[in-house]
Design a binder for this molecule. Sequence first.
Ligand code: DLL
Length: 436
Amino acid sequence: MIWNQNKECMSTDEMRALQGRRLHKIVKYVYHNVPFYRNKLQEMDVTPDDIRSIEDIHKLPFTTKQDLRDNYPFGLQAAPKSEVIRVHASSGTTGNPTIVGYTRKDIEVWSECMTRCLTAYGVSRDDIFSVAYGYGLFTGGLGAHYGVENLGAAVVPTSTGNTEKHVRLIRDLGITGIACTPSYALYLAETMDHMGISKNDIRLRVGAFGAEPWTESMRTEIESRLGLKGFNLYGLSEIMGPCVSYECQEQHGSHICEDHFFPEIIDPETLQPLPYGEVGELVFTTLTKEGMPLLRYRTKDLCSLMNDPCPCGRTSVRMGRILGRSDDMLIIRGINVFPSQVESVVLSMPEFAPRYLLVIDRVNNLDTLQVQVEVRQEYFTEQFDTLGALGTLEKRLANKLKSVLSISAKVQLKAPGTIERSQGKSKFVLDKRQLK
Ligand code: DLL
């Protein structure tokens, strides 16, 4: 089944023409409503009238997460505040999160694109669908939720946490579909084992997995343990949230909703565009967004694009799996974490030397984060310890980290000089997870 035959199966020529018209309109819109873009375009001597077709996209400036940070919170917002009906946020590299405001039309487009994804997975009005992405500032929960409702299936907003209760709901309600991170799906399988519930006791048949990188062997394991078919779901808050691309039944790349999000692949060093099939950094331009439209937003995700015909009938350009990042962002339990966020917390407390190590592991299919940090000599005295001060310090750091990162980290205080110094570039991250 195809949700929006007209857009998802449009001929390439028609699609490029539509994208060209929309690009002209969006450039005009940001030129008149976002001083940041007007300045950039003026510096480059580009006016909206120079943008006549989608090929003209190369004349436009790039946008980065740093630009969003520099214009925190609403500097890149194009729509007036009175038109914004929803705000989400995602982690920034340090300090401020990235804020995204949506107009009513943005939420409609988002819901429609999310419904395209679900339909491609084979979800229908007869399904009962559990949304187990976090609800809140993260776009996963509400994004998937609106898509399920728009489709007309029944949504069960389970969110994250309380996994045993979730398993019972899956069994008792006969839940047939689930949206969650692939690692949470494995954790769910683990919990079912502990509870003595087998895949034959439940009716799950479709999974919408994303928000973090995963592999074919994870797919095979999730599918065999939960008895469902798992599909990739990709997106990012800055561009919209989950719904930017989705796998169809062919599972050969993820179809991009390219009438709304125009993809490019660039060489992250030279910033030059790369042809189909080559791996580089994925860049998106939002073609219809009203709240916070972005021109050539550098996602830092590394992948390739493909445009060969897909047997499913959809004509949209597809993207391959995310193979890595061109920056140092980590995804831990589905939450984006930058080592620089940890650093800013550590440096804000005088008791610590600027020496730390993030150790990430996966225990029982759940990501764990440990932060090792060196205490400065003057605070690392025996007397200090007898007073229980180190314990208090550990707790204070753990609390601060939790509030900045939105996930818990286990803190391990280290004696001065004990975190290994590297010869060359300092190593701040030890990622022991193996994406099988
Ligand atoms: O993770 C939106 C989302 C929610 C997507 C639920 C899918 C499902 P952010 O928190 O802004 O938004 O993180 C975006 O997560 O740039 C990728 O690095 C990574 N990511 C998202 N989906 C996938 C995926 C949401 N399917 C960042 N495969 C992106 C690999 C993914 N990485």
